[in-house]
Design a protein around this ligand. Structure first.
Ligand code: ZN
Length: 58
């Protein structure tokens, strides 16, 4: 009996990087490599800084 799960290698955990939130200064883990000069937000601040999808006025 075989069960195939597409493309997920379980022996390779997702690499997490420690970064400091640019907003509140809390230490946070991000699944990508933090780029210098670009703000990194913790989960909470990420929600805050996420632009709302509606309310676009020009
Ligand atoms: Zn934060």
């Amino acid at each position: 009996m075989y069960e195939r799960r597409g493309g997920y290698r379980r022996d390779e955990p997702r690499e997490m990087h420690t970064a400091t939130c640019s907003d509140c200064g809390a230490e946070t883990q991000v699944p990508f490599k933090p780029t210098e000069g670009r703000p990194v937000y913790c989960r909470e601040c990420f929600q805050k800084h996420r632009p709302p999808r509606n309310d676009r006025r020009y």
